[in-house]
Design a protein around this ligand. Structure first.
Ligand SMILES: [Zn+2]
Length: 473
């Protein structure tokens, strides 16, 4: 017979103590998973992704999860799915994470990238924080619930993807082919960041991404710059003038700026992104300052406003100098699209600025490239988030701080589009020093321990939210 969810939830402090006491075993398990070079972008490592997935599947089965299995589709690396359904009248929490890794080739690591090494308060290994630590923090919490109470206070489904680091190209196909593996009342997507090791983050926005190619042409062929310079328009210079039209005096994209709520802006000044954090994080050279804030908090610039980057140009490189006006010049520009802004809207503004009265009347062509990454803007509301705050208060001593991500994460936009009707809790174990996707990626041990504790409390708190059960199981 199942215990009542109230009596189970009341045991959360005891379960959290057990999880604390088991930290060595948890770290040993994490170290074993991190030894698999599960690099999804390299076909030579497809076997490692699969072997790790099989290992996790077997571990989940041994832990008492049912339907522990690999989800497979042609041409895709597998997902691991497992569930523990306690009772149909309790909420079902889906935990999403990914087990695949970014490559390490050509990176300068201080210790072997696939061997977890502790230095000070940090654990170094590829994938330590992105994202093995994320979902292993759930595994540890679930293990402690089962060890102490013999059951979970709510139903839990786990879904561990094997292709996140290549942009989740098949995740929607998995959602279509295995809808039951995603069935849930609330989703915890654990592959995001905390603003510092002391402040837990709840990600609520992403910027989108679009690319264009800009080409300027004025001549039928390259011509002598001494004979024709000053008489004909130089496409290279016209191109640079056109690009500079798009930005303000600081070099920031001046088009498509978004209004943000005054209260949001006020709170965003507290996000730890001051000059010193920027200087260290972005490795600014001595004497170079971060861009001036112009009355907007740095968090607004990086999370909530669109931005422009020059990705490549056809300007002649070293070794191809000649005294000639070149017949054409082009460049590829990428734009980060503000959360809630549609990329077509931003592109229309940019295209109009580039086509209007081009310098010297050069011929301007703008072509869209690739598939745009969607932006995402979410408003967390309802009792599930109040419950999550209570859980984080217990484990971290403070509630979740709503944050954004300046980048584009395809799986998040996808979950937002498919499952935005239910609470989506986006958290994780990364912090500003993590260095995901680079050499010496690391996870803060204290963050990992607090994440485990927060998960223990999160299941208990969510189990007590009235009206959360919408779908049954
Ligand atoms: Zn990740």
């Amino acid at each position: 017979m199942t215990l009542s969810s109230e009596s189970l939830a009341a045991r959360a402090p005891e379960v959290a103590r057990h999880a604390d006491a088991s930290i060595d075993a948890t770290l040993a398990r994490l170290a074993e998973y991190l030894r698999f070079p599960a690099i999804s972008c390299d076909p030579a490592h497809a076997g490692d992704v699969k072997r790790l997935a099989e290992r996790v599947r077997d571990d989940l089965a041994a832990l008492g999860f049912s339907a522990s299995r690999l989800l497979e589709l042609d041409g895709a690396l597998p997902c691991v799915a497992a569930e523990r359904i306690v009772s149909a009248d309790r909420p079902t929490v889906l935990v999403y994470g990914h087990l695949d890794l970014q490559p390490v080739k050509g990176e300068d690591w201080s210790s072997p990238p696939h061997e977890m090494v502790r230095r000070g308060e940090r654990l170094y290994a590829r994938g330590s924080a992105d994202d093995m630590g994320g979902w292993v923090s759930h595994l540890a919490a679930l293990e402690s619930w089962l060890a102490v109470a013999g059951d979970l206070p709510c139903n839990v489904r786990l879904l561990i993807e094997g292709e996140e680091e290549i942009g989740s190209p098949n995740l929607e196909r998995f959602m279509d082919a295995y809808p039951e593996a995603f069935e849930s009342d609330v989703m915890v997507l654990t592959d995001c960041e905390n603003p510092s090791p002391e402040i837990p983050g709840l990600t609520v926005s992403l910027r989108g991404l679009v690319e264009i190619e800009l080409t300027c042409e004025s001549l039928g062929s390259d011509v002598h710059s001494g004979l024709w310079g000053n008489l004909v328009p130089d496409p290279a210079i016209a191109m640079m003038q056109l690009v500079s039209r798009l930005v303000d005096e600081d070099g920031r994209l001046a088009l498509g700026r978004q209004e943000v709520p005054a209260a949001w802006r006020e709170a965003a000044w507290d996000v730890p992104l001051g000059p010193e954090v920027v200087r260290r994080g972005a490795r600014l050279l001595e004497g170079v300052a971060p861009l001036p804030d112009r009355g907007r908090p740095p968090a607004e610039w990086v999370w909530r406003q669109p931005a422009l980057t020059v990705l490549s140009t056809t300007l002649p490189g070293p070794g191809s100098e000649k005294n000639a006006v070149r017949r054409r010049a082009s460049c590829v520009l990428s734009m980060r699209v503000a959360p809630g802004q549609h990329h077509d809207e931003l592109l229309a503004l940019v295209e109009r600025a580039l086509h209007t009265d081009p310098p010297g009347g050069v011929k301007v062509t703008v072509t869209r490239r690739g598939t745009p990454g969607l932006s995402w803007l979410y408003t967390p509301k309802g009792e599930a988030f109040v419950a999550a705050d209570r859980a984080y208060q217990r484990a971290w001593g403070r509630p979740l701080l709503s944050i954004g991500v300046g980048g584009t994460i395809p799986f998040v936009a996808l979950f937002g589009r498919r499952y935005g009707d239910r609470p989506l809790i986006l958290n994780g174990v990364m912090d500003p020093e993590t260095g995901a996707h680079g050499p010496n990626e690391s996870m803060h041990v204290g963050v990992f321990e607090k994440a485990i504790r927060a998960n223990v409390h999160l299941y208990a708190e969510l189990s007590q939210v009235p009206g959360l059960v919408q779908r049954g199981t």
